[in-house]
Design a protein around this ligand. Structure first.
Ligand code: IPM
Ligand code: MG
Length: 353
């Protein structure tokens, strides 16, 4: 098939991990007889430096007309002055909003060989296979903000239709898995959470009666994710809770660098990015873990291009590289020596042939 993929390397380690993923996609295209064209565009701090804008119009135009977007990371100390008028993160939030990708799917799969890289006990990690479905275009990230000399505010708003559509995405996912949905909120304190809970309970009873629904308050969920992670199948939650819980959940997999994500809306066009940030502390060193972004490219093949076998080939190649002992610095345990981003990518590509 022919596909047009926009690459948004962004900042910090973003360009390295996106370059690795492009290499993998090129090999997939060769092996399976596809033609992928790539269009690289600016976002984040790199875009601010070049144009003054964190999401230039040319980037928006390309993203709105392609088949899928693969993004590295945005942000860094150079642009992090809290009083700055434009910030890299605004570009990412605007892109999510412009593309209408309200459903952020963050699978947490464990490679058994990485148990030693996780701070969590091996017996607790056994059988972990969960997906967090994070609402991505609403809530406190997008509400009105105010700031004066003595106070500041961030408004959190959710509409019924925003809750319904994200819960449906999560429930459909659960229907194809272990049929368990856990909805996370803070309904003992927040009005938006009370609405979230009411809508979820009603919709699940009406539309998905054979899915088991559990509801957890977010503070308890943070604890249960570490004490009994293998109990979870699909977790659905609002924007900020999902942001926080998925960084926590990444520790189950051994490193933030391992986790991919797919952001989807009502069309096939999706935005794919690792859940990690720009990692300014290791930017430019060539040691970043490309697995999260390469696994995001696998999700791109699956969800936007409908190429399931190709997606599985990439995921198997990542597993094979890990099984062969390939480790970037973030996932080494005692006695193992780390390899570079390029060497890790080479190891993954070896598993594709
Ligand atoms: C993520 C990131 C972003 C978010 C930042 C970079 C704005 O942490 O994708 O999880 O908070 O959504
Ligand atoms: Mg985050």
């Amino acid at each position: 098939m022919d596909a047009m993929i926009v690459l948004l390397p962004g900042d910090g380690i973003g360009p390295d991990v996106v370059a690795s993923s492009k290499r993998v996609l090129d090999v997939i295209a060769d092996n399976f007889g596809h033609r992928f064209s790539f269009n690289e565009q600016l976002i984040g701090g790199a875009a601010i430096d070049a144009t003054g804008d964190s999401l230039p119009q040319s980037t928006i135009a390309s993203c709105e007309t392609c088949d899928a977007v693969l993004l590295g990371a945005v942000g860094g100390p150079k642009w992090s002055d809290p009083n700055a008028a434009v910030r890299p993160e605004q570009g990412l939030l605007k892109l999510r909003s412009v593309l209408g990708v309200y459903a952020n799917i963050r699978p947490v799969r464990i490679h058994d060989q990485l148990a030693g890289a996780s701070p969590i006990r091996k017996d607790i990690l056994a059988g972990v296979d969960l997906v967090v479905v994070r609402e991505l275009t609403g809530g406190i990230y997008f509400g009105e903000k105010t700031r004066d000399a003595s106070s500041a505010s961030d408004l959190c708003v959710y509409h019924v239709h925003e809750i319904e559509r994200i819960v449906r995405v999560a429930a459909k996912l659960a229907a194809g898995r272990r049929k368990k949905l856990c909805s996370v909120d803070k309904a003992n304190v927040l009005e938006t959470s009370r609405l979230w809970r009411d809508v979820t309970d009603r919709l699940m009873a009406e539309e998905f009666p054979d899915i088991a629904v559990e509801t957890l308050l977010v503070d308890a969920a943070a604890m249960h994710l570490l004490s009994r992670p293998s109990d979870f199948d699909v977790i659905v939650t609002e924007n900020m809770f999902g942001d926080i819980l998925t960084d926590e959940a990444s520790m189950l997999a051994g490193s933030l660098g391992m986790l991919p994500s797919a952001s989807l809306g009502d069309t096939l066009r999706g935005l794919y990015e690792p859940i990690h940030g720009s990692a300014p502390d290791i930017a430019g060193l060539g040691i970043a873990n490309p697995c999260g972004t390469i696994a995001s490219a696998a999700m791109l093949l699956r969800h936007s291009l409908g190429l399931e076998a190709e997606a599985c080939a990439v995921e198997s190649a990542i597993s094979a590289a890990i099984a062969s002992g390939a480790r970037t610095a973030d996932i080494v345990s005692d006695g193992e020596s780390p390899i570079s981003t390029t060497e890790m990518t080479d190891a993954i590509i070896r598993g594709l042939s």
